[in-house]
Ligand binder design. Sequence first.
Ligand code: IPM
Ligand code: MG
Length: 357
Amino acid sequence: MREYSIAAIPADGIGPEVIAAGTTVLAALQKRLGDVKFNVETFDWGSDYYRKHGVMMPADGLETLKKFDAIYFGAVGDPVVPDHITLWGLRLPICQGFDQYANVRPTKILPGITSPLRNVGIGDLDWVIVRENSEGEYAGCGGRVHRGLPEEVGTELAVFTRVGVERIMRYAFKLAQSRPRKFLTVVTKSNAQRHGMVMWDEIAAEVSKDFPDVTWDKMLVDAMTVRMTLKPQSLDTIVATNLHADILSDLAGALAGSLGVAPTANINPERRFPSMFEPIHGSAFDITGKGIANPVASFWTAAQMLDHLGETDASARLMRAVEQVTGAGIVTPDVGGSATTQQVTDAVVEAIHSSNV
Ligand code: IPM
Ligand code: MG
């Protein structure tokens, strides 16, 4: 029996709904496979916890999480508690404290989901965006001077380190190498930003020498939005900075038909710390409690988690089950269906148990 300990942090908004759906599906996989066990422990951290305790998680939160094999995260964001508190109080300390420097965002058009792009269907858009997740434009480096006065200044400094760029580049080349097309696109803005971005280009060229079987090209981020929209077939694996990939991955989600199905993995490739898996969509308090949250992103990120744990068969089975269900039109309103979270979850559980998945 292979056993894994998973820390679930459902947190805010629809987080609890989609994480509950995800743990139901994990339990179904466990039953179906018979030789693997997921021990899920749930933590009540988040904005409600903040209202009670004045912090998003306990001071020893990271210490507690450290012993788990993976973290399954819902969403943070609250109508009342400011975003910078919810984010910097829970999700970012986990990403940074556990050195989850590779943020991996697969995008493809799932069966039953329509791209807003004309003549673009399944297989035309199958990308993985690798986002640098530890530094760059979101390093948190900057400050405010002359606060509140007319001469106030705010700075936000992008920090690129050789170690940081090289490790994300290596991760991206390796990922590209593992995919059938072995093709990587390196995104920068090295025409206008002539320091850190030029260093990215140089490091990409250096690292590429260790991956002779990977074809790669370079794109400026503005031109990249055009290529993603007009020639989605021409892309496969993509690597970009924290800010650029943040923006490009939203575009990717939209072009694939919905942000509601998009997953993300925050990976510590060296496995010194647990990695964290979450849907991209956020807390969505406008639909919280209505039972209509799309659980597909939560299932897809569970599949990423299974891959990371080495349970590749379980991961593939889960994705086949999800694709069978979306293909049958059992989808939530955000992607044009009328199914509830529960109905989609039940259908995926049934598909996991059926012999053709
Ligand atoms: C994402 C989100 C977050 C990010 C926000 C909430 C800060 O947009 O996962 O892309 O950019 O990291
Ligand atoms: Mg974003």
